[in-house]
Write a protein that binds this ligand. Structure first.
Ligand code: 13P
Length: 267
């Protein structure tokens, strides 16, 4: 039995003060809720405050990304040991926005500017591996764009992203990861992937994990769905056999809506 896992990805939202105010309200709303793992993923500069505010609660904290090297001349980057040291349990790796793939295309985001979002299958692999080495659980994000789906390539894209992310992993490392299926076209668009289709792709991800680590390991790995998850569609999604939780953007920004998602997912 896989424990459902609901993680809030705050993206580039909330100052330190706003993060603390969120937790002050949210922790009471989910106090005593069992049978579900809960995480908040604020911006780097709000991590410490969020860890302190959630101390002694059932809420864990994750970073939204990190570099893979231990230290050195990597201006602007944050290392795995820094993420661990501040008190994170999780780290999101390879979110589509970090790969420069956006659900809502932005005017003025030219090819040159897009380069700032530099994650690739190769960086997702080394970052996920570094996370495990530092006892952090990577939440590895995969998902196809609308163009890829319309061209009939969704399955191939997702399978190849999962294979690349886990390349070189041993079967005993794989249980330490979480996968998140986030179809890019469903992110921030209000257009949720239909629950049977989301479940089918999450199942495909599990089969791909099984090809790397065997079916019994794949059975233990949690696969989240992400993309316009809201209180009114969570029950439909979480009820599916291969969907083990959600990675939530917009609906994680308000304590009441995020608490509703958590409660609806508890076993
Ligand atoms: P939304 O829930 O806002 O669509 O974002 C999903 C997401 O990207 C979570 O990582």
């Amino acid at each position: 039995m896989r424990t459902p896992f609901i993680a809030g990805n705050w993206k580039m939202n909330k100052t330190v003060g706003e993060a603390i105010a969120f937790v002050d309200e949210f922790r009471g709303l989910v106090a005593g809720v069992a049978g579900v793992d809960i995480a908040l993923c604020p911006a780097f500069i709000a991590l410490e405050a969020t860890v302190k505010a959630t101390a002694g609660t059932n809420i864990a904290v994750g970073a939204q990304g990190m570099f893979w090297k231990e230290s050195g001349a990597y201006t602007g980057e944050v290392s795995p040991s820094m993420v661990k040291d501040v008190g994170c349990k999780y780290v999101i790796i390879g979110h589509s926005e970090r790969r420069g793939r956006f659900g809502v295309p932005e005017a003025g985001m030219t090819e040159d500017l897009l380069k700032v979002f530099g994650d690739t299958d190769a960086s997702v692999n080394v970052k996920s591996s570094a996370a495990l080495q530092h006892d952090l659980t990577p939440i590895i994000c995969v998902g196809e764009t609308l163009d890829e789906r319309q061209a009939g390539n969704a399955d191939a894209v997702v399978q190849s992203q999962v294979r690349a992310a886990l390349a070189g992993f041993t079967a005993d490392q794989v249980p330490g990861v979480v996968l998140a299926y986030e179809p890019v076209w469903a992110i921030g668009t209000g257009e949720t992937c239909e629950s049977n289709e989301a479940n089918r792709v999450c199942g495909l991800i599990r089969q791909t994990i099984a090809a790397v680590a065997g079916p019994s390991v794949a059975d233990t790995v949690r696969v989240q769905y992400g993309g316009s998850v809201k209180p009114d569609n969570i029950e439909e999604l979480i009820g599916k056999s291969d969907i083990d939780g959600a990675l939530v953007g917009g609906a994680s920004l308000k304590p009441d809506s995020f608490a509703a998602l958590v409660k609806a997912s508890a076993l």
